[in-house]
Design a protein around this ligand. Structure first.
Ligand code: SAH
Length: 213
């Protein structure tokens, strides 16, 4: 599977679509315009790769909608060199966007099948995360904390405390909170025990699951 001029053209249209929906950050738009999203999807869905929609990947999970990926990434306000933790590696697409922005990415996935597939696939197309971890995102990654930012890419029924405590001062946690529908929420760590909270409207994600099945 290759990246062709046709794919590049379709990607530019996708970028225009998400600009119309309100995404402004140039670096984020450039990343979406550059990353071959079709390579992150199963062959049956290739025609849909550049439509602004979520699609199924392995293990009953989804690759998030490009607008949602862009929206969450914009909220993270990544600077090159930032240490970023992602919860829910999934297809690796969001991880690639973070790497494109110059972040050092640690990403946790709880489904073994996806963990194996994506940790092989990303370096194959040139995206090197610092580490992809098979484990439970509710716990975060205390060994590598603090993080400049943390992004949760599944719907969290509540805000896991370890994620707040693993933020650097000034750091941001971007997390969709809720059961059936989630409110995109940003926590900014202002001090050891002080957090500022901002809410950004409704989204729908697959659930952040607690127990491994
Ligand atoms: N960022 C992904 C989105 C994947 S959907 C992408 O760009 O494709 C959400 C992912 O979160 C799924 O892969 C799911 O298996 C994973 N997930 C769910 N609960 C989790 C948990 N407790 N810890 C880590 N990953 C989890």
């Amino acid at each position: 599977m290759k990246d062709t001029f046709k794919h590049k053209g379709m990607r530019q249209q996708l970028v225009e679509t998400i600009v119309k929906k309100g995404i402004k950050d140039k670096a984020v738009l450039e990343a979406i315009g550059k990353i071959p999203r079709h390579l992150f999807m199963d062959s049956g869905f290739l025609d849909h790769a550049y439509v602004d929609k979520a699609f199924p990947i392995a293990a009953d999970q989804t690759i998030s909608q490009p607008y949602t990926v862009a929206f969450q990434t914009e909220l993270l306000q990544i600077k090159p060199g930032d240490k970023v933790l992602e919860i829910g590696t999934g297809s690796g697409y969001q991880c690639a966007v973070l790497i494109e922005l110059g972040a050092k990415v640690y990403s946790i996935e709880r489904q073994q099948e996806l963990f194996k597939k994506t940790s092989k696939f990303l370096p194959k197309i040139g995206y090197r995360a610092k580490k992809i971890i098979f484990g439970d995102g509710y716990k975060g990654l205390p060994k590598e904390a603090p993080f400049d930012s943390i992004i949760v890419t599944a719907g969290a029924p509540f805000v896991p405390k370890p994620l707040l405590s693993q933020l650097a001062i000034g750091g941001r946690l971007v997390i969709p909170v809720g059961d059936d529908v989630q409110i995109m929420t940003v926590f900014i760590r202002k001090g050891p025990k002080e957090f500022e909270k901002h809410e950004f409207g409704e989204f729908r994600f697959v659930p952040l699951l607690e127990d491994k099945n």
